[in-house]
Structures are given as structure tokens and as C-alpha cells.
Design a binder for this molecule. Structure first.
Ligand code: BG6
Length: 481
């Protein structure tokens, strides 16, 4: 009973939120480098975020300061990664999920040859992990495509992106042959929720945004399938996973209309995994395209690639659950991961309004395993909270321990029910810049980083109470919670 031997416990980060050093050693600008932090915004006011427009992007390019663009400075992981990896090793990590900044390897995306300094950085990074027997789990694209490609062809709305991505993948596979586990696109489904961050689509450049979003998603599916083929050929024994934002949605009531509304939301959430695991588009989705006049260009070769090169495993992020109703006007709405939805009155929520639903994780695991019967990997889970650094260097984050404890307990029940789970990497094992709000004050880590929303601070790292707690969890293979 319990977690299998060799269960991959660890944590997850992404280059654009961790590395900083946005213009060091030849790196080009990525879409993340123009994501603005707007001070004094109520974090729950999700409608008041900075809009992605051509004008705002041009302003950002002209603004050389990192003050309002926190992802440019990250937590300076680029220079401090050795210290950070030593801390992960101290916690006993078996794996670390991190991503490769595409614009460090191909600064503009369309160069013919890669930037050697960028390659060397990731080779050194992997070497450092291996020193401590930490298995790398690498995301190829995590919200950080080269900005130039977004400006050049409106990102993934254009088919040429497939070749650019495959060129980048080839360089990564060639340079990091010791990496066994790869993920293609982080939260691939989010293209339809934040098209710029996820696919480089600038909304005001699109004639039909919805059409461009689903087209981009299709091109990413094809690119992911071809990257899976390439990875298997270049790195024998490697395993490639897809990555889904698991947005578990319950009906607001047992009224059949509400049940149907929730069913439709869940069905659309499963669209990417259906394609990437089963190898074809579900009929219900093709009908949805037709009804909404979405003419997605799909060639015979595309469909063949999807069918021939499915993923080896399914990875996903899970943070919260939502409610759906046929008539949402009566629902209290709240924000969640890359989405806004109905708030469940039975659940508590974080300061950012994301509901806390540990049993929802068990439900998600069972649903996913029942639907696909492929190994699963939880590659993001956690709680964004404000922490206090005490004068003696301690951080008492019992709320975070409680969150993890409850989620891991449910995860264990799913495993004991028969779910094949490969591992668990908590999100932001070290505090880093928030993807949605670009804040530092929304902290997820076991390790505290002394930096505020404006970039002030020593950047020193401190162990939180949860650091010691997670260490025990790993040492006992999830028995001691
Ligand atoms: C996921 C992303 O959406 O959730 C991460 O893959 C992100 O990049 C995480 O950081 C938590 O979201 P946020 O907005 O709180 O940072």
C-alpha cells in the first residue's frame, strides 16, 4: 500500500519565473519578459489585470528597467541555482521539474544556430542535479516563447511555429542526452484562456481570436507529437508527457441543467489530453468546432502524427476546483488557476480566492486514470500565500503544511484505489515570481526568498517550517504526513 518505490518526489519551477538574467549571455526577450506587474491592484480584482495589446508590448520593449517587469529579474536563479539545488537535495528531492527558456537557446527563435552560452547553462544545471541524484524533469515550453516569434507571425496562430519549435527541441535533446523525462507544453489547454502567454498570440492582431486560439492549439498538438517522436529517437528510453491544467468542475446543484453545464466544461478541459493520449479529436469537439464556425486547418499528415506519436504519460497541475451552472448569474465567482469560475460554498479559499479542495485532487486522479489508463504525474500543486520572515530567519507556514498534508493524503488514497502515479512535484518549491500577477508576495515555496514585489531584498534563501516537514514526507515515502 502507499506510494511505490522510486516515487518521484520533488518540486517544480519555470525558467521565466525563476532565472531572471533576462538579457545575460545572449538571451533574447521572451513573452514573459513583457509581462507587467501593476502595483496597487486588488489581487482578487481579476478583471483589472494589465491587458496584452500591441501598444503595451511596444512600451515594454522600450522600457529597459526590470522594476515593473518582475519576470526579467525572477529570483536570480540563473546565478544562484547551485545554492538552490543544494537545498532541494537537503530536502531529499528525487526530481526537479524545470523549464528551458527557449530564448536563451534561440534568442529570437528563428536563428539557424543556437546560442552556446544558453546550452551550457542547462548542461551545467543538469550536471548539478545529477550530482545529487536528482532526476531532471524538463518542460520544453513553459510560458516563455521568444517574443520575436510572437511579433513576427502572431505566435502559434502560424504553422511555421511547428518547425521553429522542433528545431529548438532537437537542440535540447542533442545537448541534454541524460534527461529521461520531458514535458512538451505547460498547461497546453491555457492557449484559449491566455493566448499571449501560452502561444504568443497578440489579441489585437487576430481577426478571429477564437479561431486563432484553437488553430494554435492544433499546431501545438502536432508539434508535441513530432517532438515526442524525435525524443524517443534521439534519447532511447526517454519518456514524454503532456501537461494539462486540471480544472475539475462540479455542478452547482443537482439540477440536470447544471450537471450538463459542468459536463461540458470538463469535456472541453479534457480536449488536449484526449488528443495527446488517444491520438485523435473527439467527435464532440469536432462538432463544437463546426457549430462555432471554427475552421481549423488540419492536414492528413497532422492527423497521422497525432495518431502515431501519443505521449507516454499524463502530467497535470491541480490547485483548486470550480462550480458550473446553466445560469451563472446566481453564482458567486472567484478566481482560480488561469480561470474564473463559480465558488464552492463548502470550501475555504486562499487569499487569492483559489478554493482549497484536497478531495478534488483524488477525484481528478481517479477521473484521469479511469479515462486514459496511462501513468499520471502531478507536476504542480500548492498554495500561494503571504509569508512572514521573522527576525531570527524562521518562517512559520503551518497553513502551507496543512494544504500539502491534506492533498498528499488524498493522493495516497487515489494510489491505494489503483491509480498509477509516477510522482509529485509541488509548484514553486522555492518562492518565485507569480505567473498570473507577477507578484513575489504570492509565495508557494518551502524555501523563502528575500525579495518583494518591487524587487527589493537580499535574495537570500531561508528554510520555512514546511521545508523540514516535506523532508520528512520524502524520507518516509509519503507515510509521515
Ligand atoms: C500554473 C503555471 O498556471 O500555475 C505556473 O504553470 C504558475 O507557471 C502556477 O506559477 C501558479 O500560478 P500563479 O499565477 O499563482 O503563479
Amino acid at each position: 500500500m502507499g506510494f511505490k518505490e522510486g516515487f518521484l518526489w520533488g518540486g517544480a519551477v519555470a525558467a521565466n519565473q525563476f532565472e531572471g538574467a533576462f538579457d545575460v549571455d545572449g538571451k533574447g526577450l521572451s513573452v514573459a519578459d513583457v509581462a507587467m506587474y501593476k502595483p496597487n491592484v486588488d489581487v482578487k480584482d481579476y478583471k483589472n489585470q494589465v491587458k496584452v495589446t500591441s501598444e503595451n508590448i511596444a512600451k515594454a520593449i522600450a522600457d529597459k528597467t526590470a522594476t515593473y517587469y518582475p519576470k526579467r529579474r525572477g529570483i536570480d536563479g540563473y546565478h544562484r541555482y547551485k545554492e538552490d539545488i543544494a537545498l532541494y537535495a537537503e530536502m531529499g528531492f528525487k526530481t526537479l521539474r524545470f523549464s528551458i527558456a527557449w530564448s536563451r537557446i534561440y534568442p529570437n527563435g528563428d536563428e539557424k544556430t543556437p546560442n552556446q552560452a544558453g546550452i551550457k547553462y542547462y548542461q551545467d544545471f543538469v550536471k548539478e542535479l545529477k550530482k545529487y541524484n536528482i532526476e531532471p524533469l524538463v518542460t520544453l515550453s513553459h510560458y516563455e516563447m521568444p517574443l520575436h516569434l510572437s511579433l513576427k507571425c502572431n505566435g502559434w496562430a502560424d504553422r511555421s511555429m511547428i518547425d521553429e519549435f522542433l528545431k529548438f527541441c532537437k537542440t535540447c535533446f542533442e545537448s541534454l542526452p541524460d534527461v529521461k523525462y520531458w514535458l512538451t507544453f505547460n498547461e497546453i489547454d491555457s492557449v484559449t484562456r491566455h493566448p499571449f502567454t501560452s502561444a504568443g498570440i497578440i489579441p489585437d492582431r487576430s481577426q478571429n481570436l477564437e479561431q486563432d486560439e484553437y488553430q494554435a492549439l492544433h499546431y501545438q498538438f502536432v508539434a508535441s507529437a513530432l517532438a515526442t517522436k524525435m525524443c524517443h529517437e534521439m534519447i532511447p528510453g526517454s519518456q514524454v508527457g503532456c501537461m494539462l491544467t486540471k480544472l475539475t468542475t462540479y455542478p452547482a446543484t443537482c439540477k440536470p441543467e447544471d450537471v450538463l453545464a459542468a459536463l461540458n466544461k470538463n469535456m472541453m478541459n479534457y480536449l488536449p489530453t484526449d488528443v495527446q493520449v488517444k491520438g485523435y479529436y473527439p467527435r464532440l469537439v469536432l462538432e463544437f468546432f463546426k457549430k462555432n464556425n471554427l475552421n481549423i486547418e488540419m492536414t492528413e499528415q497532422d492527423l497521422e502524427a497525432l495518431q502515431k506519436y501519443p505521449v507516454d504519460f499524463i502530467s497535470f497541475s491541480y490547485y483548486m476546483s470550480l462550480l458550473a451552472a446553466a445560469d451563472e448569474s446566481g453564482l458567486e465567482m472567484t478566481s482560480g488557476n488561469t480561470i474564473v469560475g463559480g465558488k464552492n460554498p463548502y470550501l475555504k479559499a486562499t487569499d487569492w480566492g483559489w478554493t482549497v479542495d484536497p478531495m478534488g485532487l483524488r477525484i481528478s486522479l481517479i477521473e484521469l486514470y479511469d479515462r486514459y489508463q496511462k501513468p499520471l504525474f502531478i507536476v504542480e500543486n500548492g498554495m500561494g500565500a503571504q509569508d512572514t520572515l521573522n527576525p531570527d530567519g524562521t518562517i512559520h507556514d503551518q497553513y502551507r503544511i496543512d494544504y500539502f498534508k491534506e492533498h498528499i493524503a488524498e493522493m495516497k488514497k487515489a494510489v491505494e484505489a489503483g491509480v498509477d502515479l509516477m510522482g509529485y512535484t509541488s509548484w514553486g518549491c522555492i518562492d518565485l515570481v507569480s505567473a498570473s500577477t507577477s507578484q513575489m508576495s504570492k509565495r508557494y515555496g518551502f524555501i523563502y526568498v528575500d525579495e518583494d514585489d518591487e524587487g527589493n531584498g537580499t535574495l537570500d534563501r531561508y528554510r520555512k517550517d514546511s521545508f523540514y516537514w516535506y523532508k520528512d514526507v520524502i524520507a518516509s515515502n509519503g507515510e509521515k504526513l
